[in-house]
Design a protein. Structure first.
Length: 408
């Protein structure tokens, strides 16, 4: 049994869109997303499990073999996590967690009329038991992506809004060699041929790939436990009766419940600066025009013209010790952007130097987090085959890189 401590509320979501009980399907979907990014990084094909377009080369499995429609083809992720005609290799039994916050909180940083919404989430501890259905299954096939998510990313839905940071309470032994051996066993030709199925292969599919992801952690010092009351979007703004007055959330019981659970919802403040404020200069290509608006929607998500998710996730702030807090900025920026002259390298260079304070664009931390925070610093930056990586710069071997992520 594995015990996980939730550090920022976990959204798993039930059929009604609520997150007041633990849903293993939400966690399994998130784990599948993480293993897909790893598989693509290891040059394996992984389909898009939500794409059912019959004319699409990345559509969800199974695909039928071109010269023999009696043979169904599955990508490695579907062989592990299941798909139509192929059961999952394991069962995930989970329990624990308690609900925090009732109803939606609308956080409106300076300049925003609509803002961002936060709602229910699970906090506390959850217990996880991985039960194999097949003899070739080894739990490291799940523990490797779960470990990388725990150290650098998040699990569950709404990670772009700060949900889903967690850590292991009883750290299991993680063996990357077992991960590789299990993957090899899953794809063993003689094994899958008995089921009249084959491994599905494909070329570049422009889906999240861990080789194209970046992971950062930023720490800062807080003078007291009430620093959160000055966070942009949480604090009161203006004077009552004025047209621009904003009541804020500091006396809202839903916000108080969230804060009491151990984290502070800072993503709206940072996103507002990065997308609409001075942070625009990190990614815009010139004068703000139609092309830059398309880049903005591509980077930060849009609900228009075919809803798209943000490629950048910002976690809530969580406590490291009495006075030190931390948050994560992580995401997937593909090498080949559909928008020229947007430069992935320039954007990530600009983002890193802003976070570490060495760049031309300074992050106005006291405006975003308030005057009771100080010593904001970039603690770590991880990125495959990159001079920006602060642990293993320019590491070109994907297996070495993955093992360095597992070690933390």
């Amino acid at each position: 049994m594995i015990s996980l401590k939730i550090k920022t509320p976990l959204w798993t979501g039930d059929i009604d869109g609520r997150s007041d009980s633990l849903q293993s399907t939400g966690i399994i979907g998130s784990l599948r997303w993480w293993i897909e990014t790893i598989l693509r990084g290891m040059d394996k094909f992984a389909c898009d499990p939500v794409d059912n377009n019959s004319g699409n080369s990345i559509k969800r499995c199974p695909a039928l073999k071109e010269n023999n429609h009696d043979i169904a083809q599955y990508c490695p992720a579907c062989l592990i996590f299941g798909a139509t005609g192929k059961r999952r290799m394991f069962k995930l039994r989970m329990n624990g967690g308690t609900e925090t916050s009732i109803g939606l909180i609308n956080i409106k940083p300076n300049g925003r009329n609509r803002g961002w919404f936060l709602g229910r989430g699970l906090v506390g501890n959850i217990n996880l038991d991985i039960i194999p259905f097949e003899k070739d299954f080894d739990e490291n096939i799940i523990l490797v992506p779960l470990t990388i998510a725990s150290k650098y990313g998040a699990i569950g839905a709404k990670t772009q809004h700060g949900y889903g940071i967690f850590e292991f309470e009883n750290y299991p032994e993680i063996r990357f060699d077992s991960f590789k051996e299990t993957l090899k066993a899953v794809l063993k030709k003689e094994g899958i041929e008995k089921l009249k199925i084959e491994e599905r292969n494909g070329g570049e599919n422009f889906l999240p790939n861990i080789k194209e992801m970046f992971f950062t952690k930023v720490q800062f010092e807080a003078q007291d436990d009430n620093w959160w009351k000055e966070v942009d979007g949480i604090k009161e703004r203006g004077r009552a009766g004025d047209g621009n007055y904003y009541k804020g959330c500091i006396n809202d019981s839903r916000m108080v419940n969230w804060v009491n659970s151990g984290s502070i919802p800072i993503p709206p403040a940072i996103k507002n600066w990065l997308r609409f404020g001075g942070g625009k200069s990190l990614w815009k290509t010139g004068d703000y025009n139609n092309k830059d608006r398309r880049i903005e929607n591509w980077l930060f998500g849009s609900i228009k013209n075919g809803k798209s998710a943000s490629k950048i996730n910002i976690s809530c702030a969580y406590r490291i010790n009495n006075s030190i807090w931390e948050f994560r900025v992580w995401g997937w920026i593909p090498e080949n952007s559909p928008f020229n002259p947007f430069s992935r390298k320039d954007f990530l260079d600009n983002l890193m130097t802003s976070l570490d304070g060495s760049g031309q664009v300074k992050i106005p931390w006291n405006s975003l987090f308030g005057s009771k925070t100080k010593k904001h610093k970039l603690e770590i930056w991880r990125e495959f085959d990159s001079s920006r990586d602060t642990v293993k710069p320019k590491e070109k071997n994907i297996e070495n890189y993955l093992q360095s992520l597992i070690r933390g």
